[in-house]
Design a binder for this molecule. Structure first.
Ligand SMILES: CC(C)(COP(=O)(O)OP(=O)(O)OC[C@H]1O[C@@H](n2cnc3c(N)ncnc32)[C@H](O)[C@@H]1OP(=O)(O)O)[C@@H](O)C(=O)NCCC(=O)NCCS
Length: 172
């Protein structure tokens, strides 16, 4: 299926919590991560703020249904992907890849140095997917303090440290 990817508008925000909740259902297929499907998602108010203050792109289906979104922030000339979610009904049809490509394209046009994210090393639709898009695992250093912070917060949230990794796609 082909999707239209565009910047999110304020009136998209109300639909995004349900998309994130639906996307997370995929984690039920791994008993050690099933609990993630029951954790809180960002509220519509938080999405409204992000739409104004960060970068949010939406994938829309041919029938104008919202299929997924990606949220990223510019940090020290790097575009950091905070969240990527595609609702169950639309998974496996290319929306996730198109959303990541939109973020990469934006970062290139803004002459940023890299696109970054944190993810699960061993979950098939996480690190292996990003690797196929050109991302490589990094050991974050002082120039990527936001990645150290993100990994630390995830551990506090209950993620197993050894399963998490930081990745970047260098653009220069
Ligand atoms: C990750 C996610 C956004 C991908 O969205 P999607 O629209 O299903 O992805 P696409 O159809 O574009 O597929 C992207 C790649 O992932 C692979 N993939 C998608 N779903 C998969 C699954 N369930 N198992 C294994 N691989 C999968 C596809 O084969 C594809 O590989 P390729 O592009 O190298 O050929 C979606 O699975 C999701 O919302 N997952 C739950 C939340 C999550 O894990 N977010 C990312 C956090 S870092």
């Amino acid at each position: 299926m082909s999707f239209v990817v565009r910047r999110a508008r304020q009136n998209d925000a109300a639909a995004l919590p349900a998309i994130e909740r639906s996307a997370a259902e995929l984690f039920r297929t791994d008993p050690t991560l099933a609990w993630l499907a029951d954790t809180d998602v960002a509220s519509a108010a938080q999405h409204r703020q992000a739409i104004d203050n960060a970068y949010v792109w939406i994938a829309e289906s041919a029938t104008a249904r919202l299929a997924g979104f990606i949220r990223a922030r510019a940090i020290a000339k790097q575009l950091h992907i905070e969240e990527l979610s595609v609702s169950q009904a639309f998974q496996g049809q290319g929306a996730g890849r198109q959303l990541v490509l939109a973020a990469i394209e934006h970062a290139r046009l803004q002459h940023m140095h890299a696109v970054t994210l944190t993810t699960f090393r061993d979950v098939p639709w996480n690190a292996p997917f990003y690797q196929r898009m050109g991302f490589v695992e990094v050991e974050p250093g002082e120039h990527e303090a936001h990645l150290l912070d993100a990994l630390q917060k995830e551990i506090e949230h209950g993620f197993a440290a050894e399963r998490r990794c930081a990745m970047h796609l260098p653009l220069d």
